[in-house]
Write a protein that binds this ligand. Structure first.
Ligand code: ADP
Ligand code: ADP
Ligand code: ZN
Ligand code: ZN
Length: 751
């Protein structure tokens, strides 16, 4: 008989404190708690990891090598698990061949439809696959766009050859390539290219006929193997099948641009397949329709032979509409989707599946969703549960907690102050519980009473990016502006215009620190201050505490880890045996401050370090991290372990410390991953930025943040081509509750 619960005993992953908990199966369970309390450590690193591990064990060894690797969690035991599907916000791959259509399998069904009903009648459905030679456009190999040389980036017409008119590497005065043009007695190296004759310019850039004509006129032969600069660039960089070095690839990126394929116009298919129609529409046209329009069109297909195909196709399209993605088109490249959109796209596949008794694990599925869209998301989660699956959701949004069968709160604090079970039960009970989540739920957030007034404005003019309808809007300077609107209404597009027209700085959630050795210690530059403190307290030179000094462990050179290269496998990093990862010689480790050795400092949280290492310079370097709500990070924690939201706050901290002169900042949903009680902290950081004279523009759905804005710009009313206009600009308090817009309704409903 199937177990009624997933029983976890003695979980110790990351900060979990020998946690025991029983999670009901076949239910929708929300995991709440402040940021850094251990929700992900429990749900992803323990439950999902063990489920994945157990599933892998059921495969023979040769197959296991091809499966995702799961790190075995630190836990005494877990039972009652099922096969697990993790649906996170990791963006969907960097593969240009992946589109909304291919990732949701809708493209497969559309292809089937065209192969059965297409006019003129065609053959197999692979004729409509742009990833199959039978279907792909020969010019762009099915990519939809082609890379072309950006001649305007290669040459600067205002300069002479000697002044560096050719920007390609190797073309500076005195370089080899330079002499192949400037020193052959054909071109005038001292006159700006703009003042040359057409033939001279064309001969230089493109060779060919122009070069021959020029040679005849000058009465001299050009070198036999003469090529124009652009010809040469294309031969060496573009028309080569060699593996290109990183440097060459960088050169290609600088001097080319991609443009829509001139052959297929972006449809990715060859001429024959592009011409085939169903209901008078080509497959390319259908792929560019919004999903809601496509669903309506496909329903009109009446042929009896294709009923199963139409049913399967419309089921998936309807699922996309239900989760608020009806504004996307199947042609949209998945690389252009936001994190929230990526996560919802992944759900579509599973809604079509008839598997039951599965374990689904979600990471903040409401990210990027307007309160209006959250409702459809919760319906979807319940549908998945009602098929007999267990749904575990890490989530901060009270609207999701309200529909959960059970809520598990981990806490009470972050890091070492968390990792315990502080509440388990129904939503009603949570509201009364004195836990951080319970308290935040019972405390309503007020509207800002005295919004700041702007002295000046930054105008975004006639923006038409994506779905924007010639939007001209004033963004007040030196205040906090929030951009609202349903998903797909055009918020990111408007923000991108602001960045382009005014050079604003984007503070996003992309990872910081390229390697595992970047830590808050290295990122904040606090290390020299700490070394100075140790030196002063112990009366020794500061250099002793540096990882590249005589004080460093000779075995690992102060890295604490040793890199082993294995012949047939990925290289591996192992902890140095000589120093046990402590990086320094025993003599250096004997010098202490407040009982801590230099190696112990790594284990301190930011807040602990400020407390235990009383020093002005240390405090100056770390204060901004605490202000940004990251006081719980350990100084030696690899930055690769940080979530997107944490990375974003780390960047805010850096701007707080470094920014000179007023700047304009754009933040996309900074509350992602933040507990309600941490939102206050975030608002304080944003206020700190504004108080320094910066202009801050935030895309946000969180109503607590919206209410604290100095200025509101609301876009909509709908997604895609149903949006793209400004519905309201002004103070939040002045937004008429009966304006009839999604945001006005949400503000009124959650007052
Ligand atoms: P939550 O999901 O509640 O925000 P996490 O489970 O991500 O919290 O983190 C709990 C604690 O464990 C935090 O102090 C975090 O910094 C730490 N942590 C998370 N991942 C790792 C890791 N891979 N290695 C070390 N510490 C980690
Ligand atoms: P929001 O930020 O409000 O969710 P976006 O500005 O991301 O909305 O999107 C507005 C519209 O533009 C949507 O219909 C979306 O599908 C479309 N869109 C966004 N980015 C791209 C892109 N890179 N290529 C094509 N369409 C896009
Ligand atoms: Zn093409
Ligand atoms: Zn060592």
């Amino acid at each position: 008989m199937a177990a009624s619960h997933i029983s976890i005993r003695g979980a110790r992953t990351n900060n979990l404190r020998r946690l025991d908990v029983d999670i009901p199966r076949g239910r929708l369970v929300v995991f709440a708690g402040v940021s850094g309390s251990g929700k992900s450590s429990l749900v992803f690193d323990t439950v999902a990891a063990e489920a994945g591990h157990q599933l892998n064990e059921t495969f023979p060894p040769f197959a296991r090598n091809r499966l995702p690797k799961w790190t075995r969690p630190e836990v005494d035991h877990i039972d009652g698990l099922s096969p697990v599907v993790v649906i996170d916000q990791r963006r969907l791959g960097g593969n240009a061949r992946s589109t909304v259509g291919t990732i949701t399998d809708t493209w497969t069904y559309l292809r089937l439809l065209f192969s059965r009903l297409g006019e003129p009648h065609v053959g197999e459905s692979n004729h409509f696959s742009f990833n199959d030679p039978a279907g792909m456009c020969p010019t762009c190999s099915g990519l939809g766009d082609v890379v072309v040389t950006a001649v305007d980036r290669i040459v600067d017409l205002g300069r002479s050859l000697r002044q560096g008119a050719i920007r390609l590497p190797g073309f500076g005065d005195g370089n080899y390539w330079y002499s192949q043009y400037a020193d052959i007695g054909v071109f005038d190296a001292d006159t700006p290219l703009r003042d040359w004759s057409d033939d001279e310019r064309n001969a230089l850039l493109h060779g060919g006929e122009a070069a021959a004509r020029l040679g005849r006129r000058l009465g001299r032969r050009l070198p036999k193997d003469y090529e124009g600069v652009v010809e040469r660039f294309e031969r060496i960089y573009l028309k080569t099948s060699d593996n290109l070095s990183e440097r060459k690839q960088e050169t290609i990126r600088r001097f080319t641009r991609s443009q829509v394929c001139p052959d297929c116009g972006g449809d990715r298919l060859n001429k024959e397949s592009r011409a085939v129609t169903v209901l008078g529409h080509t497959i390319g046209e259908m792929s560019r329709l919004e999903v809601c329009e496509l669903a309506a069109l496909v329903r009109r297909v009446g042929a009896p032979g294709v009923v199963p195909v139409v049913t399967a196709l419309t089921a998936r399209l309807d699922a996309m509409i239900a989760i608020g993605l009806g504004y996307l088109s199947l042609a949209r490249a998945t690389t252009t989707l936001s994190g929230g959109e990526s996560q919802r796209i992944k759900i579509v596949k599973h809604l079509g599946s008839s598997l039951t008794e599965m374990l689904y694990v979600f990471d903040e599925p409401t990210a990027g969703l307007h309160p209006t869209d959250v409702e459809s998301m919760t319906r979807l989660l319940r549908r998945l549960r009602d098929r007999g699956n267990t749904i575990l959701v890490v989530e901060h949004d009270p609207a999701v907690m309200a529909v959960a069968d059970e809520i598990v709160e981990i806490g009470p604090g972050a890091g070492a102050d968390g990792g315990r079970l502080v509440f388990q039960g129904a939503f009603a009970g949570l509201r009364r519980a004195g836990t951080p989540t319970g308290r935040a739920l019972s405390r309503p957030a007020p509207v800002k009473t005295a919004p700041r007034r702007a002295e000046a404005v930054i105008t975004v003019k006639e923006a038409t990016r994506n779905n924007l309808r010639r939007v001209t809007v004033d963004v007040p300077a030196s205040v906090l502006t929030v951009l609202t609107g349903v998903a797909g209404s055009g918020k990111s597009s408007l923000a991108a215009e602001l960045v382009e027209q005014h050079g604003a700085v984007v503070i996003d959630q992309r990872p910081v620190g390229a390697n595992r050795r970047s830590t808050p210690l290295t990122y904040t530059g606090v290390a020299p201050a700490i070394r100075g403190l140790f030196a002063r307290r112990n009366g020794v030179p500061a250099a002793l505490f540096s990882a590249n000094s005589a004080g460093a462990c000779p075995a690992c050179g102060g890295l604490g880890i040793v890199y082993t290269d294995l012949a047939f496998m990925d290289g591996q990093e192992v902890v140095c045996e000589a120093c046990e990862g402590r990086r320094f010689t025993p003599e250096v480790l004997a010098h202490t401050v407040d009982g801590l050795s230099i190696a112990d400092v790594d284990a301190l949280s930011v807040d602990q370090a400020r407390h235990r290492l009383p020093d002005k310079a240390v405090d100056r370097a770390l204060r901004h991290l605490s202000q940004a709500g990251l006081g719980y990070l350990r100084l030696g924690q690899s930055l690769t372990t940080l979530s997107g939201g944490e990375c974003q706050r780390l960047k805010i901290a850096k701007e707080l410390r470094d920014a000179e002169g007023p700047a304009t900042y754009v933040l996309d949903e900074p509350t992602t991953g933040l507990h309600m009680s941490d939102v206050d902290g975030l608002l304080r950081v944003l206020d700190a930025l504004v108080d320094r004279g910066h202009t801050v523009v935030v895309i946000e759905h969180n109503l607590d943040v919206v209410r604290q804005a100095d200025w509101l710009i609301d876009l909509g009313p709908g997604p895609g081509r149903h949006g793209g206009t400004v519905l309201y600009e002004g103070h939040v308090a002045d937004y008429p509750p009966d304006a009839g817009t999604p945001t006005a309704r949400a503000l009124a409903a959650h007052r």
